[in-house]
Ligand binder design. Structure first.
Ligand SMILES: [Zn+2]
Length: 463
């Protein structure tokens, strides 16, 4: 103990900088804890009746696309894609696979022989793959963050929209969904979509692989925003042969994988790395989370560094915080010994010098994710234009939004040497999107001018 004190004392004597790190925390984020079934038996029967009617009608109208059961099954791409304005690394995780054990309740077997699935006492064995949003699913729903795309091209044989999309528990609501029939006759169901987000294409139209179908949300019988992806083999209107697209030791239905590139059963990832003024507040379903994210701090301010993970078991991460001169301000390690599908871990510490800082997270899979933030005391000056104008997101990737309650006349971007990079001839009040996709990564200054040539300058970081 004495030795430790001396070391600490030496540290403070050697340095005129004073850092103060006090706490860490976090834990598991549980999705669908109460194991709500994605579709009740009645709901599935009703859907199948509607699909059959719709298919018959398309045939009657001569709009039904040809099916050739002798051609091979489709090879799927991943059915979700994060929207281009989302700056996180990855925003999904898997809560449940198809249950191959027909007994119930609590008799589970996923394709890999594990129990990442569920069934219910009423005899429902989970028939799809549940891909949920992580982190901040309600924020993502609000911002159309996770898009559902066609895993394979085909014909829209049915779609249904208009249903409430913020379900939090068991209910008898209908979901919003799109149903696509592929050339071999197999059919994929994409359920729980956001109200009003569905593709504008009509029943009978075709979609190509990767084409937008809707936004992940929580319509129907659902505990929170996720995509339920369910696949049937034939088109003989029976919907009695379920397909699990994953090949594995416990999938006896279809031996080969229906994925172009089957993802691993466990898929450890750093979904996001952020800086915050406080830990996030996930709130009560369905209210939108308060993430407390922040990218500009003052000296001596306490910064929270937050890592969002999926499938963490058996790995460890290292979190390093670098000052603008590349010296290390903090260095933390964590062993991840719990089996969590999604988790978040935070550390906090004060920052001591102005400039651009870097926080870097390395997961023992080899994955490294970086996040830049700025320490600058001058940015708290109050100028009316600054007060009434907001620039976000910062850091940004491709687009930046200027939101101003004052009429803006133009905006100029300069590099760190003061050289003008681009002038935006924009006249607006409210919100305007500007593209930053043509600059290289780094720090810039954005100056916004009002009609009287008053200006406000912001440091912006292009990722
Ligand atoms: Zn499901």
């Amino acid at each position: 103990m004495k030795a430790l004190k001396i070391v600490l004392l030496l540290f403070f004597l050697n340095s005129n900088l004073t850092l103060f790190s006090q706490e860490n925390g976090g834990g598991e984020f549980k999705f669908n804890e109460s194991k709500t079934e994605c579709l009740t038996v009645n709901q599935r029967e009703e859907i199948i009746i509607k699909l059959k009617e719709s298919q018959k009608q398309l045939k009657f109208q001569n709009k039904y696309s040809n099916v050739n059961s002798r051609i091979p099954n489709p090879l799927f791409i991943w059915p979700v894609k994060q929207a281009s304005n989302v700056t996180y690394n990855e925003i999904w995780a898997i809560s449940n696979y198809v249950d191959h054990n027909t007994a119930y309740p609590d008799q589970l077997k996923d394709y890999n022989g594990g129990t990442k699935s569920y069934d219910t006492a009423s005899g429902y064995n989970h028939q799809g793959i549940d891909i949920y949003i992580w982190p901040y699913y309600w924020k993502m729903v609000d911002n159309n963050g996770l898009e559902v795309i066609a895993a394979s091209g085909g014909q829209i044989i049915y779609k249904s929209d208009g249903q409430f999309d913020r379900s939090c528990s068991f209910n008898s609501n209908q979901w919003n969904a799109v149903y696509i029939k592929h050339n071999d006759g197999s059919v994929a169901w994409y359920g729980h979509l956001k109200k009003g987000s569905l593709t504008t294409k009509n029943i009978g139209d075709t979609v190509t692989q990767g084409e937008y179908l809707g936004i992940v949300a929580s319509s129907g019988n659902s505990n929170g925003p996720h995509l339920h992806f369910e696949v049937y083999e034939d088109d003989n209107y029976s919907y009695d042969k379920l397909i699990d697209p994953y090949s594995g030791p416990s999938n006896n239905w279809n031996i080969s994988s229906w994925w172009q590139r089957q993802k691993p059963y466990r898929n450890p990832k750093i979904n996001a790395l952020t800086t915050n003024s406080d830990p996030p507040s996930f709130g009560n379903c369905p209210s939108t989370e308060i993430n407390n994210e922040k990218n500009i701090f003052s000296t001596n301010e306490l910064v929270y560094f937050i890592v969002f993970l999926k499938d963490q078991l058996g790995y460890n991460f290292n979190l390093k915080v670098y000052r603008p001169d590349n010296s290390i301000a903090y260095n933390w390690n964590r062993n991840l010994t719990q089996d969590y599908s999604s988790s978040y871990w935070w550390y906090n510490g004060t920052v001591d010098i102005e400039g651009q800082w870097l926080v870097e997270c390395s997961l023992s899979t080899g994955e490294i994710v970086n996040h830049y933030f700025i320490v600058d005391n001058s940015l708290s000056t109050n100028d009316y234009l600054i007060e009434k104008t907001r620039i976000y997101p910062n850091p940004s990737k491709e687009n930046l939004f200027i939101n101003s309650k004052v009429r803006v006349n133009k905006a100029i971007i300069r590099d760190v040497l003061g050289k003008e990079i681009f002038e935006y001839d924009i006249k607006f009040i409210g919100t305007k999107k500007i593209s930053t996709s043509f600059f290289s990564k780094g720090l810039y200054f954005l100056t916004v001018f009002d009609e009287n040539s008053n200006s406000a300058t912001y440091k912006i970081l292009k990722k």
